[in-house]
Design a protein around this ligand. Structure first.
Ligand code: 3PG
Ligand code: CO
Length: 555
């Protein structure tokens, strides 16, 4: 029968403190002026790379290696941390939705049937991120859903768009809105009353995460549900073009707007009897709006009106909270993650990051599961992020505070595993501010040093890696790898993640002599890290985990 008990590793001892450090958005790429990690002063990470060739390597962090549909899909934190923690590769939300749409199964499931009940007398609303970034949502999936729902009886459709500029180039919002308008016009020709009803930039409207700033969700609620926003337009294309002209505004931060009719009345507030679908598949930035749409008791902001709707998520975003209770596609079931195994084997675990990445080293790491496995053995610490700013203004973020918490946890000797996420290179990389990203990379490097010093003091082991690339390449490139220029001859800044591999380094005084990276897993990816970490705790990994990256040679 099944047992949580892990076998002892034949060669590696137990009882070492293992620090697991994830640098968010820290990939490996050619050294050049757009590689902020290369330009930044990063002596600690450099020394890991130069110091021990047997204990530094690259691993894959994008595409099929992390369960995404294709190898053209860049990595992201959700799938990256899922792979790191679960030790296996699961078909991720993006792919599961593709398959459900392709087979038409999506229309046979409970979730679609539930929203369909409103098609006769109500409006069908879609809320989500409008781009082809493939991290949180995909335009082609929305297009298929619009078609599928209208063919199955939806007569009145309203789309509430969130502009991207973070997983795709800034400025692309205009084209995506034009494409959507075109599709909706075709639906109108077929007699479906289909329109864009509201919008706003993803970082300012709706898509906050980990309860960093409820005002973001409120701004969305006001526009989407109440039909109220500071900006009113007759057309969404005009809205996006005009709002982009506001100084210091970009796709990520467009203010909320509503589309109004000739009488100045909002065309698509959400009212009793309507159906609502949040069409993002990724969880972190949907949990807050899902709570607002679903929970009867809710005190995070004044909703003014709480419409009686049939609400479904594209996926269920939180399996533990069963949120939302209705969804179109079942999420990947990630069971027996490394965190759960280790806790069952007595490993005392400490995990820490700041708010904007806190769920990454806990919720995503544990297979999209919130809370503790065993409160007695685990401690999760969240350091409040600065809110209401873009992180290029504070590129050091809370890196040092996170590292100091980790250091204290290590020195306390109360934990066997001390796990952190250092957000800087990712969060600042997403702003597209190259100078600030260089500062961010240095800050992350400084934080790594603090943690490695503590590991040195207790005779422990470190594993330093990353979840995907970002700061190592800040420019959009052509197929030959040359920087692309815009109409004015300026380089096109890449705010998104990349397809690059990420480094992994192991070491520390507690690492047994003879431990080195194996040569026979050249394609190793993030999913191979869990087994590696289990080995460093003195255990063999379960047999269905992706193989460990390390071997022990006799010295
Ligand atoms: C975001 O949500 O900030 C980006 O779309 C992806 O970033 P992350 O995967 O690093 O969180
Ligand atoms: Co990111």
């Amino acid at each position: 029968g099944f047992s949580w008990k892990l076998k002892d590793h034949p060669k590696l001892p137990k009882g070492k403190t293992v620090a697991v450090v994830v640098l968010d958005g820290w990939g490996e790429a050619n050294p050049n002026e757009y590689n902020c990690i290369h330009v930044a002063d990063t002596p600690t990470m450099d020394s890991l790379k130069k110091g021990a060739p047997e204990r530094w390597r690259l691993v894959r962090a994008h595409g099929t290696a992390v369960g995404l549909p294709t190898d053209d899909d860049m990595g992201n934190s959700e799938v990256g941390h899922n792979a790191l923690g679960a030790g296996r590769i699961y078909a991720q939300g993006a792919k599961l939705v593709d398959m459900a749409l392709e087979t038409g199964k999506i229309y046979e499931e409970e979730g679609f049937k539930y929203i369909k009940e409103c098609f006769e007398n109500g409006t069908l609303h879609f809320i989500g991120l409008l781009s082809d970034g493939g991290v949180h949502s995909r335009l082609d999936q929305l297009q298929l859903l619009l078609k599928g729902a209208s063919e199955r009886g939806a007569k009145r459709i309203r789309v509430h768009i969130l502009t991207d500029g973070r997983d795709v180039l800034d400025g692309t919002s205009v084209g995506f809105v034009e494409t959507l308008e075109n599709d909706l016009a075709k639906l109108r020709e077929k007699g479906v009353d289909a329109r864009i009803a509201s919008g706003g930039g993803r970082m300012y409207v709706t898509m906050d995460r980990y309860e960093n700033d409820w005002d973001v969700v409120k701004r969305g609620w006001d526009a989407q549900v109440l039909g109220e926003a500071p900006h009113k337009f007759k057309s969404a294309v005009e809205a996006v073009k005009k709002l982009r002209e506001i100084p210091n505004t970009n796709d990520q931060y467009l203010p909320p707007f509503v589309i109004v009719d000739d009488n100045g009345k909002a065309v698509g507030p959400i009212v009793d009897g309507d159906a609502v679908v949040t069409f993002n598949f990724r969880a972190d930035r949907m949990v807050m709006i899902a709570k607002a749409l679903e929970y009867k008791d809710f005190d995070k902001f004044d909703r003014v009106r709480f419409p009686k709707i049939h609400y479904a998520g594209m996926l269920q975003y939180d399996g533990e909270l069963k949120l939302p209770s209705h969804y179109l596609v079942s999420p990947p079931v990630m069971e027996r993650t490394s965190g759960e195994y280790l806790v069952h084997n007595g490993i005392r675990t400490f995990a820490c990051s700041e708010t904007v990445k806190f769920g990454h080293v806990t919720f995503f790491w544990n297979g999209n599961r919130s809370g503790y496995f065993n409160r007695e053995l685990e401690e999760y610490v969240e350091i409040p992020s600065d809110s209401g700013i873009t992180f290029n203004v504070q590129p050091k973020m809370k890196a040092i505070e996170i590292a100091e918490k980790a250091r204290d946890a290590i020195l306390s000797r109360k934990f066997d595993q001390v796990r952190v996420n250092l957000p800087n290179s990712d969060m600042v990389g997403h702003t597209g501010d190259i100078q600030a990203t260089i500062v961010a990379c240095k800050a992350a490097d400084d934080a790594v040093k603090i943690i490695l010093d503590a590991i040195e003091q207790v005779g422990g082991i470190y594993v330093v890696t990353a979840d995907h690339g970002n700061a190592e390449d800040m420019v959009k490139r052509n197929k030959k790898g040359e920087p692309l220029l815009d109409k004015n001859g300026n380089i096109q800044i890449l705010t998104s993640h990349t397809l690059q591999p990420v480094p992994i380094a192991i070491g520390g005084p507690g690492l047994a002599a003879g431990v080195r990276f194996r040569q026979d897993v050249p394609d190793g990816g993030l999913a191979n890290v869990a087994a590696t970490v289990m080995n460093l705790h003195g255990f063999e990994a379960p047999s269905d985990y992706e193989p460990t990256l390390i071997e022990v040679v006799d010295k």
